[in-house]
Design a protein around this ligand. Sequence first.
Ligand SMILES: Cc1cc2nc3c(=O)[nH]c(=O)nc-3n(C[C@H](O)[C@H](O)[C@H](O)COP(=O)(O)OP(=O)(O)OC[C@H]3O[C@@H](n4cnc5c(N)ncnc54)[C@H](O)[C@@H]3O)c2cc1C
Length: 303
Amino acid sequence: RMIQEAAMSFSETLLMPNAAEWDEKKHFPKDVIKEAADYGFAGIYVKEDVGGVNLGRKEASLIFEALSTGCVGTSAYISIHNMCAWMIDVYGNEDQRQKYLPSMTTFDLFGSYCLTEPNSGSDAIAMKSTAEDKGDYFLLNGEKAFISGAGDSDVFLVMAKTGEKEISCLIVDGDTEGLKFGKNETKMGWNVQPTRAVIFEDCKIPKENLLGSRGQGFKIAMSGLDGGRVNIASCSLGGAAFCLDTATEYIKTRKQFGKPLANFQYLQFKLAQMATDLEASRLMVRNAADMIDQNSEEKTMYC
Ligand SMILES: Cc1cc2nc3c(=O)[nH]c(=O)nc-3n(C[C@H](O)[C@H](O)[C@H](O)COP(=O)(O)OP(=O)(O)OC[C@H]3O[C@@H](n4cnc5c(N)ncnc54)[C@H](O)[C@@H]3O)c2cc1C
């Protein structure tokens, strides 16, 4: 409850009052996101030795739902950053953990997750980006599409082919030569976070930036996404909860046909159904989060 209240207070004071203006101006509120780190929201399920708060996925779900009542797009970016930090925490070696995570858990470094390509979305394994082994570095070429935070973030977790049937995950620093970005995509909603193509032109990625082992990249990407989907679903819960509360208040004050809309039984049924659907979704999402916490063999199916 304390975690939920802290997230709710952050959401009500720093996100909610500004969300509409940020969306209209396509403003990515990095300063406010950085403040979220003071609450532990930059490394929610990252271990404590590198600055994380080491909570579970159910707590993370509660946090993202609460944050999203104020701004879904900002919270969704924070959730993607958390996914990236977790991937380094779990699959990174000690040097990688110590190099990136103390700065990621304070939001001094922003993370981005790079899997999707122009011609490989759901069919992620069909990616074309390549990371050719050149001895002491990988030569990375290709293009990723729809990358959240791109252009503003500092650390990119990039899935690329290191062989005909081998996908690996590389940590790419934001100042890498040959790293370029497309225009900020036009979207309906989620305008508070930039979405751009990320282009790699002969980027030299040091061998020590390989996350996990060669060929483990697809597994790393998918295990990140298990939790990533729970997080994004939690953000949707927060947005829906805010809409339901707003609609409930509105029909109490808006009068038509001589009485408040809330007096019409059709609308009472409609809101009751919305509340039921929201609670059912909440139970599904929390159950999926619990499956990850329990490391259930069936977790991916529930995510
Ligand atoms: C705002 C935004 C932010 C994003 N951020 C990131 C990010 O940070 N990093 C990243 O890597 N990606 C990101 N993505 C990409 C996102 O994950 C992809 O959009 C997603 O994987 C789907 O791929 P696609 O858009 O190419 O759709 P497609 O794969 O082309 O699918 C189109 C439709 O067909 C359906 N479909 C596909 N295959 C099948 C099938 N076999 N059977 C039945 N139906 C099918 C899909 O469900 C979908 O409805 C982002 C996307 C958006 C919109």
